[in-house]
Design a protein around this ligand. Structure first.
Ligand code: BES
Ligand code: ZN
Length: 630
């Protein structure tokens, strides 16, 4: 390993400043990334310099990117980059002293991967500058009209680069095996503020001209930008909130424990290496719960429930500062190394901050969702931690399996080796692989060296293989239990036996998780009278907790409970978070009457959804139609 010069730093500060990051040479057997065309054996991007104008009228980003490359193959004559739906205007190549126009070709578009951009590289060239523009339908951008924002006064733009959408707004090597620092110059309408997954100046003058610098090398899927009428409010010394004006205060109250989560996580898993940790609250159409963009997690407003009941999402995105952002899955087939690890860390942090009862409830809910998902998935490979996503959209690999099966695997290892030893193992993993990408094979090797070999009779290699590759859950899975859910099971049984008035059921003091569990455990054959009794007694259709509402509307769709259809339609039309709407669409799509309604609602809601959510819902509706509902 060699200390190297941070090109980003030289742009902004004295040229002799050395980066504190050691970037390892490419691993000798770096796996082929089936989701990138980039020829990373010949060139590796070390730094990007972006210069973009944000044009809300045309819904276009336009400008240049300069890629500073490390040339690994002195004879290479072509640089291959990933793009999707980009308009490439010109390309120059050369080195730090001069760039000159060079030839390029854009391959035909693959529906999943986009178009390879092939650039002729003169001998010794290690730099390119590309002038380009995005298209309004770019898969990684959502352009919102003022009416689609929280405050309805200004337009909003945000990016979502994971998994392979960075290529729809920047031509680059779009693989998690490449890490680069970046600088950016972003021009916006003067009344709007731009923020990025980089150093954000807390005192930025709002003038439409913004400069960013990301000194830590990150994979392409973590490059992020948002532009809107944003305000900032600090929460702690290292944490704060960016949000539209009317949302700042509420969000700052909801997430006031963030600083403490950060401190706890550091105490267990090692130093936080990213400087600040801020949250950006997005408009409700954001297709995810959260996205761990470094230094600036993007968050759906649907987790602001008013009672901190959904803050595990912040613990999760924060935990990615170790698992994912620092130690990164080498390909999307290794996704569980990002999400399973992160879920394990999330449960650990939740236990530290809110106690073992709450953590046990969250674990049990996660396991419950995993069982439902395993029952629904067709392909055996998708039930394992080692799916093969080649030829498929990596967004299809985002199910509960990598998250919850991954976390159960790590909890299993923790139960075998003891928490102190397992925490120390994880901390070592983060230290040894900081700012690198990792494969499942590497994990296995290290687990064997650090734990299995040192305590031979604890876990067998066959057990580990089953956890990774067997579509069935291992027989010795420790399924999480929560006493709080035993009470709920009793109340549900009483309800189903006919006790359907609020006073007859002992629900006083239930946590939102208990309510979710209450609904999730309902049988498939509730009568309309029972649905009515539920809504009358507990007002689920009016729930202020979007997760509980989503579970309720799933039941509404499943049982064709028409009195709640108007509320369900409102839910589907005001929220874009896929986890809260796709399951409802899936239920509707399962029957002929349901799918008609789903198609109509989708037609009317579509323009408000993110392109990624549009894709996911169209898939669900197509599957429903195929299986005879249409
Ligand atoms: N990194 C993911 C979101 C993601 C995954 C985006 C794959 C694109 C492709 C993020 O950290 C996440 O897991 N979000 C969850 C949050 C939850 C598990 C607490 C979500 O959005 O629901
Ligand atoms: Zn995650």
């Amino acid at each position: 390993m060699s200390a190297w010069l941070c090109i980003a730093c030289t742009a902004l500060s004295p040229p002799h400043r050395l980066s504190t990051f050691d970037v390892a040479p490419p691993p000798p057997h770096a796996p082929v990334d089936p989701h990138s065309y980039a020829n990373t054996q010949a060139f590796r991007t070390r730094h990007l310099a972006l210069d973009l104008r944000v044009d809300f009228e045309q819904r276009v980003l336009e400008g240049t990117v300069e890629l500073h490359l490390q040339r690994l193959d002195p004879t290479a004559q072509t640089l291959v980059l990933d793009t999707r739906d980009l308009q490439i205007r010109s390309v120059e190549a050369g080195d730090a002293s001069a760039l000159a126009p060079t030839a390029f070709v854009l391959d035909p578009r693959d529906p999943i991967l986009g178009s390879a951009l092939r650039i002729a590289m003169p001998a010794h060239a290690d730099r390119v500058r590309i002038a380009y523009a995005t298209q309004p339908q770019a898969s990684g951008l959502q352009w919102l009209d003022p009416e689609q924002t929280t405050d309805k006064r200004h337009p909003f733009l945000y990016t979502q680069s994971q998994a392979i959408h960075a290529r729809s707004w920047i031509p680059l090597q779009d693989t998690p095996q490449i890490r680069a620092t970046y600088t950016a110059h972003i021009r916006t309408p003067p009344q709007l503020l731009a923020v990025m997954s980089a150093e954000n100046a807390l005192d930025a003058v709002r003038n439409g001209d913004y400069h960013f610098h990301m000194p830590q090398p990150i994979p392409s899927y973590l490059i992020a930008l948002a532009v809107g009428d944003l305000r900032f409010k600090p929460m702690g010394p290292r944490t704060g909130i960016y949000a539209e004006p009317s949302a700042v205060e509420r969000a700052a109250r909801e997430f006031e424990d963030t600083e403490q989560m950060l401190a706890r996580c550091e105490a267990i898993f090692g130093p936080y290496r990213w400087g600040r940790y801020d949250l950006l609250i997005l408009p409700a159409s954001f297709p995810y719960g959260g996205m761990e963009n470094p230094r600036l997690t993007f968050v759906t407003p649907t987790v602001i429930a008013g009672d901190k009941s959904l803050v595990s999402l912040v613990a999760h995105e924060l935990a990615h500062s170790w698992s994912g952002n620092l130690v990164t899955n080498a390909t999307w087939n290794d996704f569980w190394l990002n999400e399973g690890f992160t879920n394990h860390l999330t449960y650990r942090i939740m236990e530290e901050i809110y106690g073992p009862d709450r953590a046990a409830q969250e674990r049990a809910l996660g396991a419950h969702e995993l069982r439902e998902t395993l029952a629904r998935l067709d392909r055996d490979g998708d039930k394992t931690l080692t799916p093969d996503l080649a030829g498929r959209d990596p967004d299809d690999g985002v199910t509960d399996v990598p998250y919850e099966r991954g976390a159960l695997f790590l909890a299993y290892l923790e139960s075998k080796f003891g928490r102190p030893r397992f925490d120390a193992f994880l901390r070592g993993w983060f230290d040894r692989h900081a700012f690198q990408s990792v494969t499942t094979a590497q994990f296995l090797e290290e687990l064997t060296r650090e734990l299995l070999d040192k305590s031979p009779d604890t876990v067998t290699p066959a057990q580990i293989q089953a956890w990774l590759h067997d579509p069935h859950m291992p027989a010795d899975t420790v399924w999480p239990q929560s006493d709080a859910f035993a009470t709920v099971d009793a109340a549900r049984a009483a309800f189903l036996a006919g006790a359907n008035e609020r006073q007859q059921l002992d629900t006083a003091g239930w946590s939102p998780r208990q309510w979710q569990y209450f609904l999730d455990g309902m049988p498939d054959d509730l009568t309309a009278a029972q649905m009515k009794a539920l809504d009358r007694a507990f007002g689920f259709s009016r729930s202020g907790n979007a997760v509980i509402a989503a579970r309720w509307f799933r039941l509404v769709a499943r049982h064709h409970y028409t009195p709640a259809y108007a509320a369900m339609e409102r839910h589907l039309k005001t929220i874009g978070r896929m986890r809260l709407i796709v399951p409802v669409y899936r239920e509707l799509a399962a029957t002929p009457q349901g799918i008609k309604l789903a198609q109509r609602i989708y037609r009317e809601a579509r323009s408000g959804y993110h392109p990624i959510a549009q894709n996911a819902i169209e898939q669900v509706l197509a599957d429903g139609a195929k299986s005879g509902s249409g």
